[in-house]
Design a protein. Sequence first.
Length: 529
Amino acid sequence: MSQDKIDVLQRALAREKAARKQAEKILEDKSLELYDAKEKLEQSYLELEASLNKKDSQLQGVFENIVDAYVIMDLLGNILKMNEAAVSLLGFNHAKENFNLIKMAAPEEVQRVLESFNILFKKGSLTDFHLNIITRKNEPKLVHINASIIYDNGTPVAAQGIVRDITLDNKYKNRLETERQKYSNIIANMNLGLVETGIDDKILMVNQSFSKMSGYSEEEIIGKTGKELFITEENAEIIETKDSKRHRGEAHSYEIKVRNKLGEDRYWLVSGAANYNLEGKVVGSIGVHLDITGIRKLEHQKEKLLNDLSKSNEELKEYAHVVSHDLKSPLRSIDALVSWIKEDNKGKLDPTSIQNFELIETTLEKMEQLISDVLSYSSIGSEKNEKTDVDLDKVVKDLIKILYVPDHISINIENTLPTIKGERMKLQQVFQNLIGNAIKFIDKEKGFITIQVKSLRTHYKFSIADNGMGIEKQFHNRIFKIFHALNKSKDSTGIGLSIVKKIIDLHEGEIWLESNPGEGTTFFFTLKK
């Protein structure tokens, strides 16, 4: 081999050796870089694992403590995992037994459950699904379900769902709906017209009664204002004032004249109040309407009747005075003629004629007393005397002093009589008549008259008792009627107790009696405080 070839080979070996050393150096550097990368990767993995463990712990805490029932199941409905809320709701624990959620559906709901699974698989989620189930404790429940599919690399592997018990909510909802329907029916059919308006006074709702009383259908009313449909120009200002008050939250009642669809004038009594939203803000008003047209017509008729009655009473009063004067004049003339005849024939008349003349005089006296009593009876109530404070204790004591009381009769006032508002002369007439009757009809050797009073809530109750002849029960009501006298004496006209009753009626009281023949009589009467 020549030297040239040897030199070429040596140079080639030297270059290869240098290249190998360089390659070893590069490989050594790369190994160090890979080692460092491995160290960093292992550290990152440890940090990621720690983070995942922390997140898993957090999710497990949420899973366990969520208020609603949470379940995870396979695609056939077998329970894989559930929280404590689910254990409580469904009545079984997946850790102790296997169970399929589909089997909990009520028999009539199974088909719906299968259909819901198809929707879940196709869409990946199922929301607002209501289902009737039977729990492990055999309790029927209505539940609300929101569910979704769990994927692994895009492949469905399980499903998860939140199950909420809405059994009580549904009962409350149904109950509220029942109550709402009940009150809606009441509102629709009550005789009062109900109207709800917005803050702009446009009508939002009316019931059937309001449609009937206004003459407009619901469609014709909704969206309009009351001023457009019913209110006359003369009452427009009143409505504006009332609406303004309602917008300020004030409630009120008022009467207003309106015009219905037929153009008829009607009178409504309106009670209105503000309507509030949940934030307490006024959003409109609610008004209750009562048609009082009939009442107003009756009031007008009543006023007319009262005016006519007042005129009639005045005319009757004048007539009574005229009749009294015209009747008494001939009676007095007859009485004078009888006296003249007796005087002119003194000593010439036989006993029978004298007795007949005495009967004529007695009859004349009774007739004159009867005319006076009728006049007195007709005048009671027609006089508009102002009521004043009347001390009845003084009135009765003064009355006893002027009445003729026989020695064998004693009158006892057991307690102090009150002072009341009334007409003194009329009240005196009541006691005078009752005490006088008691004196007149006492037939015992020792007579007793007892006067008492008792305070009631709104009235005083008086009693005047005697131990006289007594009155049979069949006459207890008749004696208060005019011209019903039990004793046909010349002093009795049968009008006295009628006058007493009329006076007591004017003082807003009542009168009645208790009595048995031979045992005496007690008259009771009340007078307003």
